[in-house]
Design a protein around this ligand. Structure first.
Ligand code: UD1
Length: 382
């Protein structure tokens, strides 16, 4: 029997959990089906604690059936430097005691760069899931995290064609790049089956909102650039309030935005506002929506696969395939533009979208194949 080889999966912020879930499950399936083969991989989940509220973290482990983390670094909130530094210090301690053969990071949050930088400097290879995405906006902390993580990663797992183009333009060697598809969509397709299994019951707030009629919009907004400056936030909120005259709107309020709503004292009278919800409730609400308004990355992709029109309230997107192929509209933060695209959708004139290549539910299996191949080669080269 081969020795088991250990991988660390890093997750810290809400969007990370959906991305590690299918890879972890693909490994568990391989280990169960082929216990005496190279598919028998051992892994530990490392939760940095960047997000810590139940409905920003624990609920996703439950909804997605992710095993408990072996390590919780419990770093909590702080400035970018404080948070990134705390993760690095705590993760280094873990790595000193248990050196994995590979770590897998996902997305573009502070936990992603903090852990990859720590591991790489200790000579531990890094795989980055969702590599190559670029908004070309260095004002976004996520863009800085993405670019730095890609430069130091050994395996770059790409979700869409723009990612390939970007990495090649940045001079990354072809041998490091793997176009595997989108793990976020693996999770979505799997959990859709769960929604229809008869076992799922929506939480009371969602059930109550949905009972009031089929026509509604779902809103999420949390980007630092959109919500942390009063002028920008008030402008966007004004457009949303105007749209809510024509369609009921459900706002899933992120803790960052909740604080700003209180600080800037904007009116939420017309917009039904609730705290963040779990994955299944979100999927249920989004798939039945007339439209989604958001500044999230993942929702741009999920709406494209669900065929739900999406209005992205940002000046740029690192996920251009959702616009070129899918149902997404990039509208910026100009209130008039946000309002007019919403009117177009409400008038029944939304564009038809298609699903981008390899967003087929099998991305995690492809990633595991690449990992095994990589480990076999490292074993050979000693
Ligand atoms: C982070 C990511 C962002 C991602 C988002 C998803 C970075 C740089 N940003 O942004 O890319 O889209 O997560 O949610 O990593 N808070 C709580 N409870 C929690 C977590 C946070 O109340 O469980 C509050 C704290 O006041 C904290 C604030 O939310 O200061 C912001 O959290 P933070 O993790 O710094 O950034 P996000 O805005 O969540």
């Amino acid at each position: 029997m081969m020795n088991k080889r250990t991988i660390h999966f890093i997750a810290g912020a809400r969007p990370n959990f959906m991305k590690i879930a299918p890879i972890v499950q693909a490994i568990l399936r391989g280990t169960e089906q082929y216990p005496n083969s190279e598919r028998n991989l051992q892994f530990d989940i490392v939760h940095t604690g960047q997000h810590y509220d139940n409905n920003m973290s624990k609920i996703f482990f439950k909804d997605l059936g992710i095993p408990e983390p072996r390590y919780n670094l419990e770093v909590g909130s702080g400035t970018h430097a404080e948070q990134t530094a705390r993760i690095m210090i705590e993760y280094e301690k873990v790595l000193i005691n248990s050196k994995p053969e590979l770590i897998i990071v996902v997305g573009d949050v502070n936990s992603t760069i903090a852990c990859s930088l720590t591991a790489r400097k200790m000579g531990i290879p890094v795989g980055h899931v969702e590599a190559g995405l670029r908004s070309f906006d260095m004002e976004m902390p996520e863009e800085i995290n993405r670019k730095l993580t890609d430069v130091i990663s050994d395996l770059l797992f790409v979700t869409e064609e723009s990612g390939l183009t970007n990495l090649r333009r940045e001079g990354i060697e072809e041998s490091r790049i793997h176009f595997v598809g989108n793990v976020m969509i693996d999770t979505l397709l799997k959990q859709l089956d769960g929604l229809d299994s008869g076992k799922y019951k929506p939480n009371d707030q969602i059930a109550k909102f949905l009972e009031q009629g089929d026509k509604y919009a779902v809103l999420t907004l949390h980007r630092q650039l959109n919500v942390d400056t009063r002028g920008t936030f008030e402008k966007i909120w004004g457009a949303l309030t105007e749209i809510s005259e024509d369609i009921r709107m459900l706002f899933l309020s992120h803790p960052r935005t909740k604080s700003r709503v209180e600080e800037f004292k904007v009116s939420t009278n017309r917009i039904t506002t609730i705290d963040p919800i779990g994955y299944m409730d979100m999927l249920h609400a989004v798939r039945g929506a007339t439209m989604v308004l958001t500044d999230s990355g993942g929702l741009q992709e999920e709406t494209t696969v669900l065929g739900v029109p999406c209005i992205t309230i940002r000046e740029n997107t690192e996920r251009p395939s959702t616009i070129e192929i899918g149902t997404n509209y990039l509208v910026g933060t100009d209130p008039q533009r946000i309002f007019s695209v919403a009117q177009q959708i409400l008038g029944g004139n939304a564009k038809e979208g298609k699903v981008p290549p390899l967003w087929d539910g099998n991305a995690a299996e492809r990633i595991v194949d690449v990992i095994i191949d990589y480990m076999n080669k490292s074993l050979l080269s000693g």
